[in-house]
Design a protein around this ligand. Structure first.
Ligand code: GCU
Length: 677
């Protein structure tokens, strides 16, 4: 049965005509055998081309035959003889070129490291998988971002925080002695999209993950991932010195605490020589941290950074902080706490910032910290798992969301200061750059809980490699590799994927509304909830609906969070006449009878948006139904079943939300509204 296990690396035979076209261009793979990553590249090409072209494409170190694919680094004699411009590729970039070797036509994949060659091999496979010509090829690709990481929110008991694809793929109990072949497929999938690091455990970390048995388990995974270019990182629990070794304190300025972390780092590096470093969630949602000792985030991060520095490690310090001591606007807190620390972090610290200031909502304006800490490298944290977007059940293509944030202009250094340019380091001149995605991976056969959620893992990797890449192009690649390259399939599916994000915004939280999900699990509507222990957990805190209107006033007359943006952005967003309607209720409390661009009053517009979201899901469902001829029956039916649930739940969101908000607006539904289901 087709269950989706192969992800986008399916390698099923191409159409006969395409096979015939590619075969003369892929007759053999010539690769040196001394580099483990190049051996893997050759094996992947062998596997992929053999499957796609229904022809044995042998891999060997031998002489070049016409149509061979030649792999190697500049250290390789045959590559060196080609005089390729490898010097600007860095460690991970690659070239793919049509060349002549000993007078014979060949395709060369060259890089400065075996991992670069592996990335190039996956790129060449993608071209074949999607039907792109490879006969006169000249490709140069260099990642714009250094750290391209998955963050697993996986617990040691194999539960996954906000995981909707079954248990954790890390079988901690059996590790290190017994390993699952799935770890290799995980590494292949990640390498194919350029992901080069993985944080194995939840940011809400347990100290146990830093004890000797778990270090040995992590070391085993690191050994498996190493030739795929993937480094292992761990989330560190701030209070680990107390919990593991009985220290009296975790004060970062206490020499005994610093010595403990240094010894711990030495112990980890003895087992994992290329260990990446630590990810830390501190003083957030009840987690311990340096502020417990009246020290700053910088004090904490720098102490840890000193421990890993001799080994070349880094510390990723999260800026996702909020506390109920600061109840007037949660959206302000990260900026208020971190902005004053700009320039105070050690050079191997990178501050990890969520895409928006609240928490992975269907839509958030970009986080005001981007562009606001020019002396500190900031890395992006996206959430691939869809905690607030219908879990793995709803079809929502996140490429569109990621792209929207990355393309947002911070105006920090004038027009064109996009978030992408903050993240890739080019705006502020940082060499240390990164993008993290909270993984959506679990033990489900299809890895991500649904077929289309694979696209979100895929898009994350591709955008981490190039934050200016097109989400639409990426969707087309994914759909072609995963299902079918027939344009009659790809065009409607890509269209559906690109619209799916706006659909979820419309049926959950249109016009800038946010954080209206039901308590705890965040699945389904709960805008009426007002009785949680912390005010900033209550949806009513965010929508602020009353008899006059709805929305969170973040302008001067309210929390003034809008002033955290650079002046041109603050002016635009802070003025009800210029704020984009998609962010209206994020920044303004707006009268129900406010006139919208459509000519409708706000209440009518709100209802119209909810209806539009529901209609869009119905259209997705109808469209997918017509695409059965292009997809195997198993996966087609699987997606169909998920869309049926999504259609029902989009209505649930709409009807519950409108019924609730109507108690404030006290107005009739606009003419032509469909009746509640
Ligand atoms: C969200 C999520 C938590 C998670 C937190 C974080 O609030 O609901 O489960 O721990 O983000 O990013 O730290």
């Amino acid at each position: 049965a087709e269950d989706g296990y192969d992800l986008w690396l399916r390698y099923r035979p191409l159409a006969d005509s395409a096979q015939a076209r590619y075969r003369p261009l892929a007759t053999a793979i010539a690769a040196p055998q001394d580099d483990p990553s190049i051996r893997i590249a050759a094996a992947e090409l062998h596997r992929g081309l053999t499957g796609l072209l229904r022809a044995d494409v042998p891999a060997s170190a031998d002489a070049i035959a016409p149509g061979a694919i030649l792999l190697g680094t500049g250290g390789d004699r045959r590559i060196a003889a080609l005089g390729l411009p490898l010097s600007t590729l860095g460690r991970e970039g690659y070239l793919i070129r049509s060349v002549r070797v000993d007078g014979k036509p060949a395709t060369v994949i060259a890089a400065n490291s075996g991992v670069g060659v592996l990335y190039g091999a996956f790129h060449l496979l993608r071209l074949v998988q999607t039907g792109d010509p490879i006969d006169r090829i000249d490709i140069r690709s260099v990642p714009k971002v250094e750290l391209r990481l998955l963050n697993h929110w996986d617990n040691l008991d194999r539960s996954v925080e906000r995981g909707y694809a079954g248990q954790s793929i890390w079988d901690w109990w059996k590790l290190p002695d017994i390993t699952n072949p799935r770890y290799v497929d995980y590494a292949r999938a990640n390498a194919s999209i350029g992901i080069n690091g993985t944080v194995l455990n939840n940011v809400n970390a347990k100290a146990d993950s830093l004890t000797a048995p778990y270090i040995a388990k992590a070391a085993k995974l690191a050994d498996i991932f190493r030739p795929y270019g993937i480094r292992v990182y761990l989330s560190a629990r701030w209070s680990a010195p107390i919990e593991i070794s009985g220290l009296k304190t975790a004060d970062p300025l206490d020499p005994a605490v610093a010595a403990w972390w240094k010894a711990k780092a030495d112990e980890i590096y003895a087992a994992i020589p290329d260990f990446g470093g630590f990810l830390v969630k501190a003083n957030s949602e009840g987690q311990p941290g340096p502020q417990d000792y009246h020290r700053s985030h910088a004090d904490g991060a720098n102490m840890l950074a000193a421990a890993v520095k001799p080994h070349g490690g880094i510390v990723m310090w999260r800026a996702f902080v909020y506390a109920h001591e600061n109840p007037d606007d949660r959206a302000r807190q990260a900026y208020d706490e971190f902005k004053p620390l700009d320039g105070r972090f050690a050079d191997n610290v990178i501050v990890q910032v969520k895409n928006g200031a609240i928490d992975f909502q269907p839509r958030e304006p970009f986080h005001p910290l981007f562009g606001a800490m020019p002396k500190t490298p900031l890395m992006m944290e996206f959430q691939i798992t869809k905690e607030y977007l219908g879990f793995a059940t709803h079809l929502v293509y996140l490429g569109a969301l990621f792209e929207e944030t990355l393309a947002s202009d911070t105006f920090a250094k004038g027009k064109g200061s996009t978030v992408a340019r903050v993240i890739d380091g080019s705006l502020e001149g940082h060499a240390r750059t990164g993008m993290a995605g909270v993984a959506n991976i679990g033990v489900d056969r299809n890895w991500t809980g649904s077929q289309f959620d694979q696209a979100n893992w895929y898009a994350f990797g591709r955008l981490a490699w190039d934050p200016e890449a097109s989400a639409r192009r990426i969707a087309a690649d994914w759909a072609g590799m995963t299902f079918s390259t027939d344009p009659a399939f790809v065009a409607p599916v890509v269209d559906m994927m690109m619209r799916s994000r706006e659909a979820v915004v419309d049926y959950m939280t249109p016009l800038g509304l946010h954080h209206l999900m039901a308590t705890g699990h965040h699945y389904g509507p709960g805008p009426w909830v007002d009785d949680l222990e912390r005010p900033d957990w209550n949806p009513v805190y965010y929508h602020r609906a009353d008899a006059q209107g709805i929305g969170f006033d973040r302008t001067k007359t309210g929390s003034n969070a809008v002033a955290q943006y650079a002046p041109p952005v603050a002016r635009q967003l802070g003025d009800i006449r210029t704020v984009p309607e998609r962010d209206l209720l994020w920044f303004h409390h707006v009268r129900w009878d406010h006139r919208m661009a459509s000519g409708r009053i706000l209440w009518d517009e709100l209802v119209t948006r909810y209806d539009r979201g529901v209609a869009e899901v119905a259209a997705m469902r109808a469209r997918w139904a017509t695409l059965a001829p292009y997809v195997d029956a198993d996966r087609h039916a699987d997606v169909m079943r998920f869309l049926a649930v999504q259609a029902r739940e989009a209505q649930w969101w709409r009807d519950a939300s409108i019924a609730y908000f109507a108690t404030f607006a006290r107005r009739p539904l606009p003419a032509g509204s469909p009746p509640p289901a």
